[in-house]
Design a protein around this ligand. Structure first.
Ligand SMILES: [Zn+2]
Length: 514
């Protein structure tokens, strides 16, 4: 039995987004728990599909004694404010200092945090922890798929284990794998050799999905190399890969104006040559597939016309993905380009969500079902100079914003996203689901909560880039990706980087950063 400290600090920072992450954003619950510190942490995270939940469960099964630190996350947004960063990092450091002798540390990190004063939020945090506990205590972290994995993170963490799915359906599982690896390090007492590579082109999120190529094949190769290592010397592939303990590849989070932005990978092994060879092989496989990270994007008008054409003969919904206004990547989730196109083309029966508009949601709650809304919908943040959609919005159904998720990503999540409402534009028959807190439209319950059965809608517009696919692809006739204004600018070559390292291509096969 070992004594292991467990905690987490998650943020995905889109430095180009309009809203910063404040302490209050980390403090409050949304789909996931709010800031939690001390013994209550263990119970508070139980049952959620988040890494720390999986790590806690696995560590307990392995018989370890857990020392809870703190855990928190905030919705993806721009820079983490200095005060918020120092409060959380300070709590982690204080609790580690007070914990007494520890055998190991597990941390649930996203891996794309940019704080106001630290462009490598996790590298800084891990560096401070390493300075406190010294070189002998193993530190293992889990990481999001969208990590910008930096050299500092690789240096300070003993090992890091990333998700292998996008949509992320393996979050708790990844935490469990991290806990197993920490357990192995504690038993083996052998340091791991680290082979780290950065890939020299940025990959837009919309083409990072693991349900399709090329990401699917890359992660299959990674799985094969690990499996080969486990099979050992019995097979030729096995002997070649012997000594490889774990592989993490993170395709990166492009809208982060930092030097080390972009895809990277790290191979942990007991054998230096095997680890370096595997790292070269995976890096080559990614580079060989560069041109495959591509696909069709529609303008809002093209998408709505095409969706109406298909929906006329379809039995299942046509899903429109509003990929740039994804709050899971820093979008405001209130832009109205796609909503206006649906109304202009009179796409009767179409539903768009989540339209994050606390003002309209609260007005709807005050006015009641059946009344007409007395304010416009969306565009309250005003990104890209947009204005709210003024119309005869009928309040059809209200919701408290408290419900439990059922999809592959958010199953078991206890949502607390404030007043919600379904409102319908009388003239066009287009509806919007209003919410009060920024949350990505990736669970069917968000619609059912206000009386909409997603499978029965002709056209469903979702403010999400890829995650919606976990719960909505199975019910979709087809999916069209739409480029409407949003703070998650999909093509990185359109972003005004100032700190990104020179020499990296700004998108697959794209222009080189000078
Ligand atoms: Zn992610």
């Amino acid at each position: 039995m070992a004594r292991i400290a467990v905690g987490g600090f998650q943020h995905e920072t889109n430095t180009f987004a309009p809203q910063r992450a404040t302490w209050a954003d980390f403090e409050r619950a949304d789909a996931w728990p709010g800031f939690i510190r001390g013994p209550e942490l263990i119970e508070a995270v139980e049952g959620f599909n988040i890494p720390i939940a999986g790590a806690v469960k696995m560590s307990q099964e392995l018989g370890h004694d857990l020392v809870p630190l703190c855990w928190c996350s905030a919705p993806p947004s721009s820079y983490v404010e200095r005060d918020a960063y120092e409060k959380v990092a300070g709590a982690i450091l204080q609790d580690l200092a007070a914990a007494g002798p520890l055998d190991g540390i597990y941390l649930d990190l996203h891996g794309a945090m940019v704080a106001e004063l630290h462009e490598d939020g996790e590298g800084e945090l891990l560096g401070r922890i390493r300075a406190l506990v010294g070189d002998k205590v193993p530190i293992v972290t889990s990481l999001d798929y969208h990590t910008n994995m930096t050299p500092e993170m690789v240096r300070h963490a003993s090992a890091m284990i990333g998700y292998r799915t996008y949509p992320h359906i393996d979050m708790a599982e990844t935490g469990g794998r991290a806990a197993q690896l920490l357990d192995r390090l504690l038993r083996d007492r052998r340091p791991l050799y680290k082979a780290y590579r950065q890939i020299d082109f940025l990959i837009p999120l919309v083409w990072q999905c693991t349900l399709t190529e090329p990401a699917k094949g890359i992660f299959e190769l990674i799985g094969e190399i690990e499996q080969g290592s486990r099979r050992g010397a019995g097979s030729p592939a096995g002997s070649h890969n012997q000594g490889i303990v774990s592989i993490t590849h993170t395709p990166g989070f492009p809208p982060a104006d930092i030097a080390e932005c972009g895809p990277a990978l790290v191979v942990y092994g007991l054998d230096r040559d095997a680890a370096e060879a595997a790292a070269d092989r995976i890096a080559a496989a990614i580079r060989d597939r560069e041109a495959q990270f591509a696909g069709k994007l529609y303008t809002p008008d093209e998408a709505v016309v095409e969706a109406m054409r298909i929906a006329a003969h379809a039995t299942k919904p046509v899903v429109l993905a509003d990929i740039q206004d994804n709050p899971g990547a820093g979008g405001t989730s209130d832009t109205v380009g796609l909503l206006r196109a649906l109304i202009a083309h009179r796409a009767k029966g179409a539903v768009i969500g989540m339209m994050v508009d606390p003002e309209a949601a609260e007005r709807a709650e005050a006015l009641g079902e059946g009344a007409l809304l007395d304010c416009g919908v969306g565009a309250k943040v005003g990104y890209a100079g947009e204005t709210p959609v003024e119309s005869e919005w009928r309040i059809v159904r209200l919701g408290s914003g408290r419900f439990t998720g059922t999809g592959p990503m958010y199953g078991g999540a206890k949502f607390q996203i404030g007043p919600m409402a379904l409102v319908t534009d009388e003239a066009s028959g287009v509806s919007a689901v209003l919410a009060s807190k920024r949350i990505q439209a990736n669970d069917k319950e968000m619609f059912r909560h206000v009386g909409v059965e997603p499978a029965e809608v002709p056209i469903l517009a979702l403010k999400s880039t890829v995650h919606f696919r976990a719960d909505f692809q199975p019910i979709a006739e087809t999916i069209l990706c739409v480029n409407s204004p949003g703070a998650h600018v999909s093509d990185p070559s359109e972003l005004p980087y100032r700190h990104l390292r020179p020499g990296i291509r700004l998108r697959p096969m794209g222009p080189v950063r000078e």
